[in-house]
Design a protein around this ligand. Structure first.
Ligand code: PHB
Length: 397
């Protein structure tokens, strides 16, 4: 089999890239190692930036998002047992975010791809990419028990942090920048109405907590927990009690979360990671295959989308003009945005979490920083701009 663009990974970045290429008249094949049910069910992020929503709509994947997604015009910060709202449109010239789960984006894109896109193969396990520095890279994979090869003009690795595409960039060419954090998140889904109409990010002496949602009747809640935590040590009542304690407000001491059945419970590690460059020869890396952010800034999915938007424009430019200039600029173009998001995610994470080794001095610095956001329009605008996402730039840039 031969294709113009071989895409490794059928998560949001691989599927969005396939859709954007299809709309630009460029053929592709998507190879996904898991089955469809798994891809459509894995619980991930829930926040889409304005620019991500705009691109999904333009790509024809915005119909259910517009019906079921929940636009949000701000977030609440809680610290020192007080609440402060950050108003996104007022601070960013009208930008907002949407609550619409990654699983839903994936379902929408899978349906579109199967309806009228190029091949999307599930349970196609990729073993490696050969010939990255030739003009005919080859993807080796197993599908339906048979070893197969896909020859491509270009290969894009959208296969996540544990994927194989990154190995196509030789060790001597690759630089990795990494940071791990001394805490994880315990995340739950619960059949309970959202705590509040917007997301709440809470700094407390007991550690960080986040209240998000999936619908009017389903909450997504997170608690900072020590690394290595076993979810079995957190029976439901303990989770609800701890959430109540971390979200507590002096102004409303009677306030409690509405409790409901916990339908999923998992511990998520926190990590920052960047691999440079994001391209070697005819192999490009996108999304988690190239970079990871801790989830506190809600950047991961949006950053992955931004990568493939840049890449799709570059392939369209090549097709229309014969110029590979934008493809050649891909890694530099993306890395500027990646490092901004890395910084913002690090900032949100380290400002809101309690490091077990933290001194009282450092806690005071965190509270001072949060107070600065609450009292300075400049500081609040900096947070709002980063949270709602930096503009993607002109279509040819
Ligand atoms: C989520 O809804 O899963 C979510 C929202 C905001 C974050 C992280 C996760 O910063």
């Amino acid at each position: 089999m031969h294709t113009t663009v071989g895409i490794i990974g059928g998560g949001p970045s691989g599927l969005l890239l396939a859709r954007l290429l299809h709309n630009a008249g460029i053929d592709s094949v998507v190879l996904e190692s898991r089955d469809r049910a798994y891809v459509e069910q894995r619980q991930r992020a829930g926040i889409l930036e304005q620019a991500t929503v705009d691109v999904l709509r333009d790509a024809g994947a915005g119909e259910r998002l517009d019906r079921e997604g929940m636009p949000h015009d701000g977030i609440e910060l809680r610290y020192g047992r007080r609440a402060h709202r950050v108003d996104f449109p007022a601070l960013t010239g009208g930008r907002r975010v949407w609550v619409y789960a990654q699983t839903e984006v994936v379902k929408d894109l899978v349906a579109l791809q199967l309806a009228d896109g190029g091949p999307l193969l599930f349970e196609a396990e990729v073993h490696g990419v050969e010939g990255a520095d030739t003009d005919r890279p080859v993807i080796r994979y197993t599908h339906e028990g048979r070893e197969q090869t896909l020859t491509c003009d270009y290969v894009v690795g959208c296969d996540g942090f544990h994927g194989v595409a990154r190995n196509a960039v030789p060790e001597g060419v690759r630089t990795t920048y990494e940071r791990t954090y001394p805490y994880s998140w315990l995340g739950i889904l619960a059949d309970a109405p959202p705590v509040y109409e917007e997301l709440i990010y809470a700094h407390s002496e007991r550690g960080f907590a986040l209240a998000s949602m999936r619908s009017e009747s389903v909450s997504r809640l997170y608690l900072q927990v020590p690394n290595g935590t076993d979810p079995a040590d957190w029976p439901d009542e303990r989770i609800w009690d701890e959430l109540d304690a971390r979200f507590a407000l002096d102004a409303n001491p009677e306030w409690r979360l509405k409790r409901g059945t916990v339908t999923s419970k998992a511990v998520l590690p926190m990590r920052s990671h960047v691999t440079e460059p994001m391209r070697y020869g005819r192999v490009f890396l996108a999304g988690d295959a190239a970079h990871i952010v801790p989830p506190t800034g809600a950047k991961g999915l949006n950053l992955a989308a931004a990568d493939v938007i840049v890449l799709a424009r570059a392939f369209a430019h090549l097709k229309d003009t014969g110029s590979a200039d934008l493809l050649d600029a891909y890694s530099d173009t993306c890395l500027r945005r990646v490092w901004r998001a890395e910084h913002f995610s690090y900032f949100m994470t380290t400002t809101l979490h309690a490091d077990p080794e933290q001194s009282p001095f450092e806690t005071k610095l965190q509270l001072s920083q949060l107070d600065r956001v609450a009292t300075s329009e400049h500081a609040a605008a900096e947070l709002a701009e980063n949270y709602t996402g930096l503009p993607l730039g002109p279509a040819n840039g």
